[in-house]
Design a protein around this ligand. Sequence first.
Ligand code: FMN
Length: 196
Amino acid sequence: MKIITLLGSPRSQGNSCTIARRFQATAAALGAEIKSFELNRLTYRGCQGCYACKQGQENCILNDDLTEVLAAVAEADVLLLATPVYYGDMTAQLKGFMDRTYSYLKADYLTNPSPSRLSPKKLVFVITQGHPDETLFADIFPRYDAFLKWLGFGESHLLRVCGVGPSMDALPETTLLQADDLARQLVGGKNNLLAF
Ligand SMILES: Cc1cc2nc3c(=O)[nH]c(=O)nc-3n(C[C@H](O)[C@H](O)[C@H](O)COP(=O)(O)O)c2cc1C
């Protein structure tokens, strides 16, 4: 199983990266092949709205650091997107990637019952926010999940933590255990462990 992780936070050792890396480590220990991209270290542009991907081209025609990322996601079984909440949304780093996923949609995606160029995949969304009120910013996951379902991510999972700021002290152990559980569920190790 191939898992691609996209880290949307500029804080390499921050909350969302820590949760994503815990998921990765558990999945890797169960035999998954992991590739991780820290988006903040890459150089790329947002979608230019050129519509080349809807007018004869199957891929995004921009050639920058996201070219490899988009190709890797296309090859993956599971995509993990990790982001802190910035002004009620994902970070600009991750939004830049999201807009470029428009190239995964076929030219006739609005009417085609099978609109995506991608094979079916699973999604893990990691979202952390400073505000402790979990009713705030709860719209982020369902909003993007709807678009990602269109792209072929039929099964999706959310790991979300509220009330965690710049200090890492507040990151609850329960969240890291949830990340372990989800990795076992997706890679299949949970069943193996139960079998023993
Ligand atoms: C520019 C900026 C905007 C932020 N906007 C929000 C916000 O709208 N709502 C919120 O609850 N927290 C907000 N935060 C706090 C972060 O979401 C929070 O600290 C998060 O856990 C950081 O994750 P990280 O450690 O993975 O970077 C913001 C932080 C920054 C730096």
